[in-house]
Design a binder for this molecule. Structure first.
Ligand code: AMP
Ligand code: MG
Length: 665
């Protein structure tokens, strides 16, 4: 349900806003992805746009609009390939060490770029440089190394071997022949093509005009990157990623910026975009409910209008495909991952076609999926995955971030599809993974478990030593499972054994060892200047918090080490806010900083990052489970080495953590 965000003061206005949101304008008709594509494509022109002349310097990556016919020969004349003498081959017949042939030298030295004057008459030779024009009369060149200079008047040379006709000559047009088709229409221009064009003396070339694609974002909450974020605001990331993806697809983005959900202004911007661009891409304002204004505007922009509104696809259901006049207009869902996914599926192919580029060939690999992935019945679901190399082939892990995540797409190696009729993909299934990047990148080291900012320092030090590491944040328990199954080299964990109060030791299973990492101080966190806790010890602050029912806490998720600590501190108390259980230190700090809660337990570096006050309570141990079988691998050894490295330990300390004693590893 999308609730109208504008402030409502009267009870009646609030009720009306909620009712409107709940009314949920229905999608016209939800169709399959294949049917959506078919309906869209019959309504649009996918042929390459017309040509325009571009100077060579601006032609890189463009597509040739017409065949290029060579206007000249290359080389333009018969050219010597060596430093030596231009001769008549017939004069050299029979030359040998025993019977050298003598040729008198003509009064000319043919340097590069000079037109020869003197004809090579029988019995004569002319000195010529590499690249020089072979003179009239000559039909071969002999290398200077194979001749003897005779200091006579006139000077002469002696030859000791026979030269074949044509020896060391590149004939005019042997490289490029005037009139031949040099480059074909539809070729994408690279540096080699630019070299070929320049060799024929061409300074400009006809290329397919790049489709101009308008990019608009809509949402009252959107803020342009570079400006301060206000409460409730989010940065307009779709505008930037779509503009870049348009360039990658061969188009020319025309950024219009972000618009509030305001019908009149948005409609006029869309009309303006249709006037000056070939394609219009808008993101946001697509979901059901009061926010569903984009398609309302599109429906009155002109015929043929909306072709598809609603696709049985996840992510991407609220996609709206329209054609206004002869121009495609696409409304992408607002959620960043949905937006970029549907862009690649429905918009990029159209831009490529109009830019004259061939369809992008999908590269797929087969991988085992070790975990079960639940899926919604009735919608084809695409799941972004990270790939790691297992002992018997590739393993694909769902990246676990929802379609609202900006990084889900950028951090994934590829995606797999779950059929609309399947309720899940079973654990240990084999799946075809469509790669997103150029190639599958196999990292030297795979680290799966809980994430920590100091881990970024360690990975950075590893990179300086030439080892790449892939970190996949699956939480401590996910890391334990992955390490036990042998799907990673190392699993960062920070879980306390409630029975003993000891961190991480209870997680060590068969084939695993514990490598100490660093200690993170956990403490009582509150807003700096909150008089209710000012000047207190952690104990006193906790007592004060529990004594006042107006003070709201923010808890942590069950299973986290911090939650065990919190429950120990609370001794059965259930203060207001206890039910709010986010999954990370950052979420706890954000809730307190933004006033949605007054206190919580988080680690010192995170409290500092959010400008919060911190009262130390107890250290948390962040350690690594290591697959013993992989200990000897160079990347693992380098990792252990980095943990001992004083420079790296200094950087970890600077973040507010205390590196553990490494003398045991
Ligand atoms: P909507 O399609 O407008 O209902 O938006 C769905 C979600 O996507 C909301 O959480 C929006 O804040 C978010 N969103 C919409 N547009 C953008 C954008 N341009 N950049 C980042 N997030 C966006
Ligand atoms: Mg919106």
């Amino acid at each position: 349900m999308a609730v109208d965000p504008k402030p409502k003061n009267s009870g009646a206005a609030i009720l009306e806003a909620v009712r409107r949101a709940a009314r949920q304008e229905q999608f016209l008709e939800v169709v399959s992805a294949a049917e959506a594509r078919r309906r869209f494509e019959v309504c649009i022109d996918r042929s390459p746009l017309g040509g325009e002349s571009q100077p060579l310097a601006a032609a890189l990556a463009r597509v040739l609009a017409a065949d290029v016919i060579a206007p000249v020969d290359a080389p333009p004349f018969d050219r010597s390939n060596v430093d030596g003498f231009a001769v008549r081959a017939a004069d050299t017949v029979g030359a040998s060490d025993g019977a050298p042939k003598r040729l008198s030298l003509n009064p000319e030295v043919i340097a590069c770029g000079v037109a020869p004057i003197v004809e090579v008459a029988p019995g004569t030779a002319t000195a010529i440089a590499t690249g020089g024009v072979v003179p009239r009369g000559a039909d071969a060149v002999v290398m200077i190394e194979h001749t003897e200079l005779i200091d006579d008047d006139p000077p002469a040379i002696e030859l000791r071997r026979t030269a074949a006709s044509g020896q060391f000559i590149s004939y005019a047009g042997s490289d490029i022949a005037r009139g031949e088709t040099l480059l074909r229409r539809g070729t994408q221009i690279g540096s080699r093509e630019i070299g070929t064009l320049a060799a024929c003396g061409l300074a400009a070339v006809d290329v397919v005009r790049r489709p101009r694609v308008a990019v608009l974002s809509t949402g009252d909450e959107l803020i342009e990157p570079g400006r301060p974020l206000r409460p409730g605001g989010v940065y307009d990331s779709n505008g930037a990623i779509l503009a870049a993806a348009i360039v990658e697809a061969g188009g020319e983005p025309v950024p219009f910026g972000a618009f509030p959900d305001e019908e009149v202004a948005l409609e006029s911007a869309m009309r303006g975009a249709l006037d000056c661009c070939d394609i219009v891409v808008l993101s946001g304002g697509t979901s059901k409910g009061a926010g569903d204004l984009s398609h309302r505007i599109v429906s009155r922009l002109g015929p043929p209008g909306i072709v598809v509104h609603g696709v049985a696809l996840k992510p991407g259901k609220p996609l709206c495909l329209a054609v206004i006049g002869d121009k495609p207009l696409i409304v992408l869902p607002g959620f960043p991952t949905s937006a970029i996914f549907t862009f690649h599926a429905f918009v990029a192919p159209v831009i490529r076609a109009r830019a004259g580029l061939p369809p992008e060939a999908a590269k797929t690999v087969t991988a085992r999926v070790p975990v079960r992935i639940a899926s919604e019945l009735g919608r084809e679901e695409f799941v972004l995955v990270s790939l790691v190399a297992g002992s018997d082939g590739l393993i694909a892990f769902p990246t676990g971030k929802g379609s609202g995540a900006v990084t889900a797409f950028s951090q994934a190696d590829g995606f797999l599809a779950i059929d609309a009729l399947a309720a899940a993909l079973d654990a240990d299934s084999s799946a075809a993974v469509t790669l997103i990047g150029e190639t599958e990148r196999a990292p030297d080291l795979v680290i799966m478990g809980s994430h920590d900012i100091a881990l970024d320092v360690v990975v950075g030090s590893l990179a300086e030593r030439g080892f790449s590491a892939r970190t996949i944040a699956v939480g401590s328990m996910g890391g334990v499972a992955a390490a036990s199954r042998g799907e990673c080299d190392l699993a960062p964990v920070h879980l306390v054994d409630p029975a003993t109060g000891v961190y991480n030791k209870h997680l060590v299973g068969p084939g695993l060892a514990l490598v100490p990492g660093w200690r993170r101080m956990q403490g009582f966190v509150f807003r700096d200047g909150d008089a209710r806790f000012a000047g207190m010890t952690a104990d006193a602050a906790l007592k004060a918090a529990l004594a006042d029912s107006a003070i709201l806490m923010v808890n942590r998720n069950v299973g986290s080490g911090t939650r065990v600590l919190i429950d120990g501190l609370l001794r059965g108390a259930r203060p207001a806010g206890y039910a709010n259980q986010p999954r990370s230190h950052n979420a706890v700090a954000a809730a307190i900083a933004q006033g949605r809660a007054d206190w919580g337990i988080a680690i010192a570096p995170v409290a500092k990052l959010y400008g919060l006050a911190f009262l130390a309570v107890a250290p948390e141990h962040y350690d690594f489970l290591l697959r013993e079988a992989r200990r000897e691998r160079p990347a693992v050894q380098a990792f252990l080495d980095v943990l001992r490295d004083e420079a790296t330990r200094g950087r970890i300390r600077a973040l507010g953590m205390e590196p553990a004693d490494q003398s045991s590893i």
